[in-house]
Design a protein around this ligand. Structure first.
Ligand code: PLP
Length: 465
C-alpha cells in the first residue's frame, strides 16, 4: 500500500494518553499529536484545504504564486502542497519567529520576508500588510489569508473534529486547543458540539493577546495587548475564523508556564513539541484544578507542532536563563512530588495516641517509614519520629511500653500542596522531620526529606520539574 503523494498523509494524527500530567487523578487526558503531519504541524490540514478550495473556485491557477503571512507552520504546509502541485510561494513573517522556521521554508524553495513584530497590524510594515501588498503586486498570485479564509475552520470541521470523535468512540467530554487564527478550535468544536452539545470547549490564549478580554467583555480593548514570546497562539486582531460562540472558557497562559510545561512534556512524556503545546497542557491543568474531572471524563488536548523548530529557543537552558524563565520556580510543587511518589492514592499511616510505643515501632517497620502522625478520634494531635524513639529507647528499655500520647512530639505542620519544593526543603533542613500536605479532596499525606530527594533526582532525570 502507498500514498499517491505526501499530501495524502495529512491528518489522521494519533491520540496519545498523557501518562504523568494527571497521574492518580480521575479522568483521562489524551494528546492529539499534530507533529505526525508531513509538515510537522496542524497547519498542513488548512494549507491543503485552502489550496484545494482556491483551485475549485478559480482563485488559484496553474503556475500561480501563493503569498501568505505565516509564523512558519502554515508556510511549511503550503510549501509542501505547493511543491507537489507546482506552485511558487512567497511568505512574510515576523522577527519574533525562530530562524529554524524561516530556514525550513527557504529550504523548501520559498521566499521569506521578515517584518517587525511590534507594529500595528495596519502599519504598512506589518507582516499582514506586506503579504497583502505583495498579493496585489505579483500577477497570478493567491493570498490564502489563514486568518479570514473560512476554509481554515472548515478543514478542522471536516478532519480534526471527526478524527477526535472517532478515535475516542464518542467519549470525548472536553476539547482544549490554543487559539491563533481560531480555525482549529472553532472547526473542531463545531463538529464535536453537533455530535454532543455537552462537550466543553476550552480555548488557550497567550498573556498579552486580545482574545480572552474580547471573549469575556465583547470589547476590543487595546490595553490588553502586550508583547509575548509564545509562538502560534494569541493575536492582536480578531480573525474571522474564531467563533467565540463555540468556546466555553478561555484561559491565558504566560510565556514562562508555556515553556516550562513544554520542556516537561519532552522530558516526562517523550513528546517533543512546540511552545504552544505547553500552553495547551498548562491551560488544561488550570481548568481541571478549578473543575475536577469525573472518572469517565476524556479530555483531548491538541498539540499543534514539533519541538524541532525551537531547539535554540526554550529547549536551550541558556535561552531560558537569559529570558528569566529558569530559576528556582522551575522546581516542582509538592503536588508533583505527591504524584511522583503515588502518595495521593495511599491512605495515611498513623498511630493512635493510646497505643504503645511498641505498636508504633511495629507500624513503622511494617511500612518502612521513619515517622508517624499521632491521631486521636481522627484528629492529628502529635507526631512520632525515629529520632525521638531512639532517644527514648536509649534512656530506658521500658520505653516501648509507654503510651504514644505521653512521649509524642508536636504535630507536623500542615502545608498547601501548591508550595514549591524549595520552601519545604528549607523547613525540613531546619530539623523538622516531615510536613503534612493537605490534598484537594480534604485528605492529608506526609512528605519527608527522602520524598523530596526522590522527586528532585527524578526531576533531573527528566521527570516533571
Ligand atoms: C504553533 C501553533 N500553535 C497553535 C496555533 C493555533 O491554531 P489556530 O491558528 O488554528 O487557532 C498555531 C497557529 O498558527 C500555531 O502555529
Amino acid at each position: 500500500m502507498w500514498y499517491s503523494s505526501i499530501i495524502e498523509t495529512v491528518g489522521n494524527t494519533p491520540l496519545v494518553k498523557l501518562q504523568t500530567v494527571n497521574k492518580g487523578q480521575p479522568g483521562t487526558l489524551l494528546a492529539k499529536v499534530e507533529y505526525f503531519n508531513p509538515g510537522h504541524s496542524v497547519k498542513d490540514r488548512i494549507a491543503l484545504k485552502m489550496i484545494e478550495d482556491a483551485e475549485k473556485s478559480g482563485k488559484l491557477k496553474p503556475g500561480g504564486t501563493i503569498i501568505e503571512g505565516t509564523s512558519g507552520n502554515t508556510g511549511m504546509g503550503l510549501a509542501l502542497v505547493a511543491a507537489v502541485k507546482g506552485y511558487k510561494c512567497v511568505f512574510t513573517t515576523t522577527d519574533k519567529q525562530s530562524m529554524e522556521k524561516v530556514n525550513l521554508l527557504r529550504a523548501l524553495g520559498c521566499e521569506v520576508q521578515i517584518c517587525p513584530t511590534n507594529v500595528e497590524p495596519d502599519d504598512p510594515r506589518s507582516y499582514y500588510s506586506v503579504a497583502k501588498r505583495l498579493s496585489e503586486e505579483i500577477p497570478n498570485s493567491f493570498y490564502p489569508d489563514q486568518y479570514n479564509n473560512l476554509s481554515n475552520k472548515q478543514s478542522h470541521y471536516e478532519t480534526t473534529g471527526p478524527e477526535i470523535w472517532e478515535q475516542t468512540e464518542g467519549k470525548v467530554t472536553h476539547f482544549v486547543a490554543g487559539i491563533g487564527t481560531g480555525g482549529t478550535i472553532s472547526g473542531a468544536a463545531q463538529f464535536l458540539k453537533e455530535k454532543n452539545p455537552d462537550i466543553t470547549i476550552i480555548g488557550v490564549d497567550a498573556v498579552g493577546s486580545i482574545f480572552k478580554s474580547y471573549f469575556e467583555t465583547g470589547e476590543f480593548d487595546k490595553r490588553h495587548i502586550a508583547p509575548y514570546l509564545t509562538e502560534g497562539i494569541g493575536e492582536d486582531i480578531i480573525p474571522a475564523n474564531v467563533d467565540f460562540e463555540l468556546i466555553d472558557e478561555i484561559i491565558q497562559c504566560p510565556d514562562r508556564e508555556a515553556f516550562v510545561t513544554t520542556r516537561k512534556l519532552a522530558r516526562r512524556e517523550g513528546l517533543f513539541v512546540g511552545g504552544s503545546c505547553g500552553s495547551a497542557v498548562w491551560g488544561a491543568q488550570q481548568y481541571i484544578k478549578k473543575n475536577p474531572l469525573k472518572p469517565d471524563d476524556v479530555v483531548v488536548i491538541l498539540l499543534p507542532d514539533s519541538g524541532t523548530r525551537y531547539v535554540s529557543k526554550f529547549y536551550s537552558d541558556e535561552w531560558m536563563r537569559t529570558n528569566g524563565f529558569m530559576d528556582e520556580e522551575e522546581r516542582p510543587e509538592l503536588e508533583e512530588v505527591i504524584t511522583l511518589r503515588g502518595m495521593g492514592e495511599r491512605d495515611l499511616i498513623t498511630v493512635d495516641r493510646n497505643e504503645t510505643l511498641e505498636k508504633a515501632i511495629q507500624q513503622m517497620n511494617r511500612h518502612n517509614i521513619s515517622q508517624l502522625p499521632v491521631i486521636s478520634a481522627d484528629k492529628v494531635v502529635g507526631s512520632l519520629t525515629e529520632t525521638r524513639i531512639l532517644t527514648l529507647l536509649m534512656e530506658s528499655s521500658d520505653a516501648r511500653n509507654r503510651k504514644v500520647g505521653d512521649v509524642m512530639d508536636e504535630p507536623f505542620p500542615i502545608v498547601a500542596a501548591d508550595l514549591k519544593v524549595d520552601q519545604i526543603s528549607r523547613m525540613l533542613s531546619k530539623g523538622l522531620a516531615a510536613v503534612m500536605v493537605r490534598l484537594e479532596d480534604g485528605r492529608h499525606t506526609i512528605v519527608t526529606r527522602s520524598d523530596l530527594i526522590y522527586a528532585l533526582a527524578a526531576t533531573s532525570d527528566g521527570a516533571w520539574e
